[in-house]
Design a protein around this ligand. Structure first.
Ligand code: NAP
Length: 522
């Protein structure tokens, strides 16, 4: 008999290889009528889903046997039938017997699995293999191991454990369950904090992970789309040996770093994935997550980018003795590398800024000695730039709206200070803007009213927009202009090279930034 002629239930059974088989990308289907749900199924299959979850509870009217057959017969991918009751986070409001009968019908019609809430008696369930699922929308249960242990002894083919994540450590707890699972397991932490457990499911041999058809069609918080899984996180190339990287910050959802680094890994053929991790402000939050990563060497975590507001926390966690001297002086790092000798810290922001400036001027960093530079701003970016410039013996003046901050920074690094009160004109050969004035969406704002004839080079560290009002002014005045884009790409390039020991695909990374900026403008 040719496989295509098998009834759907036989075909699904033949495809079933548990445990240790391929980790499924499962698309939940959430349409409110069977026809639309079937269409979603076809779309999901075309998008690359391995399985679909038929959320029978999302159908506005409970389906008939014929409608369930319509949904399952000749399905292009494996089908999982779920009919979640309202008291377990679903939408089904009918009676319990009716709900279980719908799942039994689905099993008889050829569903590969039926998802049944933990505690439901399933030993007399002849219809199809069971996914026994446990949900806690209130948070991570204290007795996770006990729950997992109990479920591993049940008759169900698969254990599914899902709970809301209150912090990214909760995502690691879900990965612990995958690692220790005695049978096929699907463990995930819901919400933005839990995303890494969804993306890394494949690395740790989960039964599957959920990905929505498109944004807005999620069946649970924190579900990425199939497109994000496949294109951004390179789902198909994730395996047990995949190295893990990420960016820590708050907020983090709009960070461009995952797109840049994943594209670079893909282009260079590096077996690695790069994830966004939201860690709430505060040194304690940062430390807790980093400690949790360090306690789990089996995660294969190799490096982290660190952004606002955690750069100082990162230095404190790694320890100044494990960072280069200038990073320690700056008091902040944006790069952590986990190596055999422990974690190491680097600050690729300052090297990136100096490289962008020197490349535009056609000089090496030593060529900066004695040159007159005005740095506008006294925040985190200014601190890194001032530290690097003074390291190369540049003649720096720090100009800031809040004069006391300029004075404090200048005193620390042995340079001069001056107030910056727009509309201003600054007499300096080189001007570096490290304020946020002119940044999207205030694109017409400019920290200077005019450019002095003495000024020959203007570097704006802002990269959105690429050509700021300040750079437009400088271009008109005939200055050499340096965009924050160069600095931004440089810092990512340096991180890639620190982590992989290979030359970074700079042009690919630059293009990715431009693509993301263009998309953000729409
Ligand atoms: P920050 O620590 O918050 O510092 C902001 C600075 O901007 C302060 O000096 C502040 O002055 C000044 N400022 C804000 N609003 C102002 C206004 N209306 N008029 C005058 N001065 C004003 O921020 P940061 O982390 O240093 O970042 C600053 C800029 O650097 C950002 O725009 C960012 O785009 C850029 N940056 C770029 C890169 C890159 O890779 N290209 C990397 C890092 C940062 P007060 O002290 O008076 O508040």
């Amino acid at each position: 008999m040719i496989c295509g002629c098998l009834p759907a239930n036989e075909r699904n059974r033949q495809n079933l290889t548990l445990p240790g088989d391929k980790c499924r990308l499962i698309c939940p289907l959430t349409a409110s009528d069977p026809l639309a749900m079937r269409r979603q199924m076809e779309q999901a299959a075309r998008a690359g889903a391995d399985a679909v979850e038929l959320r029978l509870d999302y159908l506005a009217i409970a389906p008939s046997e014929g409608e369930i057959e319509f949904l399952i017969k000749d399905a292009p991918v494996e089908t999982i039938a779920t009919c979640r009751p309202a008291n377990a986070g679903g939408k089904f409001t009918g009676g319990e017997n009716h709900r279980l009968e719908l799942l039994r019908i689905a099993g008889r019609q050829g569903a590969a699995f039926a998802d049944v809430e933990s505690g439901t008696p399933v030993s007399d369930w002849p219809a199809c293999p069971i996914i026994e699922s446990f949900h806690d929308f209130g948070g991570r249960p204290d007795n996770l191991d006990e729950i997992a242990g109990r479920m591993s002894g049940s008759a169900a083919a698969v254990s599914k454990i899902a709970f809301s994540a209150a912090e990214p450590r909760d995502a690691l707890a879900a990965l612990d369950l995958l690692r220790s699972g005695k049978k096929s397991t699907l463990a995930l932490a819901m919400g933005e904090h839990g995303q890494i457990s969804r993306i890394l499911a494949r690395k740790f041999g989960a039964f599957g992970t959920f990905a929505s058809l498109e944004s807005g069609l999620e069946s649970a918080p924190g579900q990425p789309t199939i497109g994000q899984m496949k294109e951004l996180y390179r789902w198909d190339s994730i395996g047990p040996a995949t190295a893990v990287f990420g960016v820590i910050g708050y907020p983090i959802a709009h960070s461009m770093s995952p797109a840049i680094h994943n594209a670079a890994f893909a282009h260079a053929g590096v077996d690695a994935v790069y994830l966004p991790i939201r860690v709430e402000p505060g040194g304690e939050n940062f430390r807790r997550f980093l400690d949790a990563v360090s306690e789990r060497p089996w995660l294969g975590w190799r490096g982290l980018s660190v952004t606002i507001p955690h750069k100082e926390n990162a230095l404190a966690w790694v320890g100044a003795a494990n960072c280069d001297e200038l990073s320690a002086r700056i008091g902040a790092i944006n790069t952590i590398t986990f190596g055999p000798a422990g974690p190491r810290g680097d600050n690729t922001d300052y090297t990136a800024a100096i490289a962008a400036l020197c490349s535009a001027m056609g000089i090496g960093p030593e060529g900066l000695a004695g040159r007159n530079v005005a740095v506008l701003g006294a925040g985190g970016a200014a601190r890194a730039v001032v530290a690097a410039l003074t390291h190369y013996k540049t003649d720096v003046v720090v100009c800031n709206r809040t004069l006391e901050r300029a004075e404090a920074l200048a005193e620390e690094f042995g340079c001069r200070s001056s107030p910056l009160s727009p509309p201003a004109r600054i007499e300096a050969r080189i001007i570096i803007n490290c304020t946020s004035v002119g940044m999207h969406p205030n694109v017409n704002a400019c920290p200077l009213a005019e450019i002095s004839p003495a000024t020959r080079v203007v570097f704006d560290t802002i990269y959105n927009p690429i050509e700021t009002a300040l750079l437009k002014l400088a271009r008109k005045a005939g200055c050499t202009c340096v965009s924050g884009l160069d600095m931004f790409v440089n810092q990512a390039v340096a991180q890639f090279e620190i982590w992989t020991g290979r030359k970074a695909p700079r042009e690919i990374m630059r293009q990715k930034v431009l693509e993301k900026l263009a998309a953000a403008d729409k």
